[in-house]
Design a protein around this ligand. Sequence first.
Ligand code: C5P
Length: 235
Amino acid sequence: MKPEVIVALDFNEEETALNTVKLLLTQTKYFKVGLELFSVSCLEVVRKIRDLGGKVFLDLKYFDIPNTVCSAVREAIKSGAFMVNVHALGGRELLLRTSETVKETAYALGMEKPIVVAVTLLTSMDGSDLSILGIKESAESFVLKLSELAKNCGLDGVVCSAREVRKIKENFGKDFITVVPGIRPSWSQKNDQKRTATPEFAKESGADYLVIGRPITRSEKPLEVLSKIKKSLLT
Ligand code: C5P
């Protein structure tokens, strides 16, 4: 199965974000609203992207005490985002209660339950960053441990790097969703990402969603770049 491409709308102007959606809709209907755009436009931008025909991954990486996160998630999913996320490092109770809150809220609102995924280790971090934090494990085993926790707490999947996808699928089943940022075509720059991989590698590993921002949005021809990436996923 080919992965879907989610374009990260990391902009500080709503108009630029919406124009990007209009430009790219012929190639993908999946877009990501993260901390930057949310800080500018709040949840209203999610509704506007949906009105244009897009599906939104609301990437706010909630990380707080369970009560605060659940109250925030309850409000966030009213926007109609198809996918939301929390930090796996928030712990077992946070993950269990988030999973329950999303089910209950979606049921009460009569809407399809959004996908809930847990952020494991940011793709801008690797083993050396873990070691600075006093964590002696490799990035891979750390990600696998957090993935197991997320799975046991009823989440639908995780955000991880392409490098861990194969092992996650082997251990937790092919239906456990993997959302993969840090995607860099061979011809593009890494920027601040460390655990990077090409779209082709992510696809071969079995990733479900590829999150791609700057290689597309900061290029001179975003539509052409997205279309080139999509073609590379067909083979
Ligand atoms: O521009 P780039 O392709 O690096 O964008 C990646 C996007 O994915 C960013 O919006 C970033 O916030 C997000 N992300 C990430 N690593 C994670 C989770 C989300 O890079 N673990």
